[in-house]
Design a protein around this ligand. Sequence first.
Ligand code: PEP
Length: 269
Amino acid sequence: MRIPLVAGNWKMNTTVAEAEELVCDMLDMLDRIKGVEKVLCPPFVSLVAINMMLRGSSIKLGAQNMWLETKGAYTGEISPVMLRELCEFVILGHSERRWYFGETDEMVNKKVNAALNHGLKPILCVGERLEENEAGRTEEVIGKQVTAALNGIKPTVLSVAKNLVIAYEPVWAIGTHRAASGEQAAATIKFIRDILAKLWNKDIAQDLRILYGGSVTSNNIAEFISQPEIDGALVGGASLEAEEFLSIVNQTAEIKYPHLSSPLKGEDR
Ligand code: PEP
């Protein structure tokens, strides 16, 4: 069974003090929610402080980006070797990186390789733009992005199903309050799973977690999580409010584990 995962992408929000306050506001409750992998991705400058706050808890830390070399003359960049001291996860190929900072499929592929080779778990983002969606080109675009990002990655060596997470994030749904429907998202995620089965094998395709991202809130998370294909969410704006994020994670646990009345009390997972 795939363990659900909910990650909060804080983007370029929160000073170190604000990040600490936000973690303080959710730490105890978030820690007690069982059965869901919980990941916070604050800005780089807060990683050290938040790493210390999360020690001994069940909450994991992620970075929002990284460069693909281990060290050297890359002014302003952060390497996988630096990150792995602090984080377990790293978001790669986010559409804001692709469209505002010119990240190509080739760069994303090198970053995914570098992250896996240095023991970081990439949350690889893929998604089509509005005009591509409207032109019926979603599968073509997603197919190209997924295949390019995973080019050359050997599943046997790196046990990718455990170490890699994919997030389907339609660009038109990010920060727009215009989420995809649960059915639309599940269909594209199923399509991604089919690509993984062809690229590697059926077992990996079945085991690898694929999230939905794009205007997820406490009001619509149930629609996504109740789809068996969808293994969790990458949450932007709504992860900046403690109550919202807690509700999203809590609903995820409740829906994926319906036999337990309150995930907050579930001690057996
Ligand atoms: C994101 O940043 O990955 C994201 C999905 O943002 P939002 O939830 O704000 O749409």
